[in-house]
Ligand binder design. Structure first.
Ligand SMILES: [Fe+2]
Length: 277
């Protein structure tokens, strides 16, 4: 196995045959777990990977795969596949971590690129742990002990949600905005662009001003990684340590990924496919 760090704060490419018997070699498993803890995102290139081997990778990283509503441990995200919850969608997604609006957000997401459009359709990652580590002490101190309200209300992903405009039924949760990431053991700044509404108990104007200051660190170019997909790429990332986003998809061309998400050592949390995040 070869672990090759990508440029910047996020990610490593791993040269490993995921179809082979690597999970029977404790040294390989431990090296991969360490790489996931350190780099938060691992990229594998494997042109014909079956779902079973994608699931095996997730489980080897001590994650319990989430079940989809059909009972399977994998599902599909696609703009042109009827079974995909985001079928027909081309919209951009603002930076977010999946399911932050639930009490127990998922810990990891893996996507395997099966079909891609001719034009680029990247995913962009921002490091919450990188941002938390780079904050000036004064700014970080203002976040100590604070919680944020996160919610989701409608399909899409290119418009921010707010309790001021959300329906009563909109699912919501509060989270520590300096979140203890169980995988890396580091603290992650989870104030995102999509689900975060405001700091609990704060004046909205004050919360907005601080959000703006924090986003300057979170979304600084040095804190981002853009992955330009090739068919056969498998990317697994830490959903709490990193946020992800995408620009609007090209108007034509299929983009289909196989998705396996996982909860770190904590039992299963079904991914609610009725919310397209
Ligand atoms: Fe997402």
């Amino acid at each position: 196995m070869k672990v090759m760090p990508l440029d910047g704060r996020i990610g490593a490419e791993v040269d490993l045959d995921l179809k082979g018997p690597w999970t029977e070699t404790p040294g390989d498993v431990e090296e991969l777990r360490a790489a996931f803890r350190n780099f938060h995102l691992l990229l594998f290139r494997d042109p014909d990977l079956e779902a079973a081997d994608q699931i095996r990778l997730v489980e080897a990283l001590e994650l319990v795969p989430d079940e989809w509503t059909n009972g399977e441990k994998f599902g599909f995200l696609s703009n042109q596949l009827e079974v995909a919850p985001n079928d027909g969608q081309h919209n951009a997604y603002l930076f977010h971590s999946d399911l932050m609006w639930k009490d127990q957000p998922i810990n990891s997401i893996s996507l395997y690129a099966m079909v891609l459009p001719d034009e680029p359709a990247p995913t962009i990652f921002a490091s919450g742990v990188g941002a938390a580590a780079s904050l000036p002490a004064e700014l970080r101190a203002r976040l100590d002990g604070e919680r944020g309200l996160f919610l989701i209300d409608f399909t899409g992903g290119d418009k921010r949600y707010s309790e001021e405009t959300a329906s009563q039924e909109a699912p919501r949760a509060t989270q520590s905005v300096l979140y203890d990431d169980p995988i890396s053991g580091q603290t992650s700044l989870v104030i995102d662009s999509l689900f975060f509404d405001k700091l609990v108990g704060w004046d909205r104007g004050d919360s907005e001003a601080l959000r703006g200051q924090l986003h300057a660190y979170l979304y600084a170019p040095a804190n981002l990684f853009q992955h330009d997909w090739q068919v056969g790429d498998l990317v697994i990332w830490n959903n709490v340590a990193l946020q992800h986003a995408r620009p609007e998809l090209p108007p034509t061309g299929e983009r289909t990924h196989r998705r396996v998400s996982g909860t770190y050592k904590v039992g299963t949390t079904a991914w609610d496919a009725s919310f397209r995040d």
